[in-house]
Write a protein that binds this ligand. Structure first.
Ligand code: G3P
Ligand code: CA
Length: 278
């Protein structure tokens, strides 16, 4: 456990209030004072990295089908924020609304698909120390291309250090995946970046707190710790760190903080910061 309390990681941005993975959601997380930003990354059909969680478009946009079947240009014509914010219903409403969603800047921030590079621009321009937690999705379909492109982008932005920080909490970028193979690839491509091994259940292999392929941070879902709270001790005894997702409710925040989580991913960074009295 970190002596100065857990790091607050904004899961998909400040995504309880604003549409997840939009620039606006990440800007809000920075303003609220989050220590880290979490994002999911996928490849478009034409090989661009975009920050989208689901394999398909339906839940978080007005498009249909798989993200990986669409070009970046296609995705750029979709609305990734309308499902979360109220749309004005008439032309009159458009004129009088205090949410002029056709304004280019607002559309960009609240509605437009967020490319990974645009997120990196925001991140490097943020003007204060903050961490980025990058999760690669669909690791098998593209045979490792997503990890290669992620690391190439990070290198282009100068975000892969020459030396590894002894404590992951001091690393500017942390990489992660549910796929051990993806973690392995990320570790090979960028050995100086710490890696989180994410999991939904508790694989037998990890029960003693050891993690595969040089990952040094265990990333169980909250439900895993609820059923096996002793696992937190095992992780720390093995010299690893604990990243827990996704923790929004007051009871859960208290539970996870008391277990000594090192990093907590939340859709509500301001609530977690208030609980921690920061
Ligand atoms: O931060 C890890 C967490 O995001 C993993 O789950 O499905 O929300 O990407 P998911
Ligand atoms: Ca994620």
């Amino acid at each position: 456990m970190r002596s100065d309390g857990p790091l607050v990681v904004a899961h998909r941005g400040s995504s309880a209030q604003l549409a997840e993975h939009t620039l606006a959601a990440y800007e809000k997380a920075l303003v609220e004072g989050a220590d880290g930003l979490e994002c999911d990354v996928r490849l478009t059909r034409d090989g661009h990295l975009v920050c989208v969680h689901d394999r398909r478009l339906e839940r978080t946009s007005n498009g249909r089908g798989a993200v990986s079947d669409r070009s970046l240009r296609d995705l750029d014509s979709l609305d990734f924020g309308g499902w979360k914010v109220d749309l004005p219903e008439s032309a009159d409403a458009l004129v009088t609304t205090d949410r002029p969603y056709l304004d280019d800047k607002v559309r960009d921030a609240e509605r437009r698909v967020l490319t990974f590079d645009r997120l990196l621009e925001l991140f490097v321009d943020s003007g204060r120390p903050v961490q980025l937690y990058v999760e690669t999705k669909h690791p098998t379909r593209w045979g490792g291309l997503v990890e290669q492109r992620v690391v190439a982008s990070l290198r282009r932005f100068g975000l892969v250090p020459q030396h590894r920080s002894p404590d992951a909490a001091d690393s500017t970028v942390v990489v992660m995946s549910f796929s051990p193979m993806a973690v392995r690839r990320l570790r090979e491509l960028a050995p100086t970046l710490p890696a989180v091994m994410l999991f939904d259940g508790l694989p037998r292999l990890y029960r003693e707190g050891t993690l595969p392929f040089g990952a040094t941070i265990a990333g169980p879902g909250l439900h895993v710790l609820r059923s096996k709270p002793r696992f937190a001790e095992r992780i720390h005894e093995a010299g690893n760190q604990l990243y827990v997702w996704t923790v929004d409710e007051p009871d859960d925040i208290k539970f996870v903080a008391e277990l000594g989580a090192d990093m907590i991913a939340t859709n509500r960074p301001s609530d977690l910061l208030s609980y921690l009295e920061r």
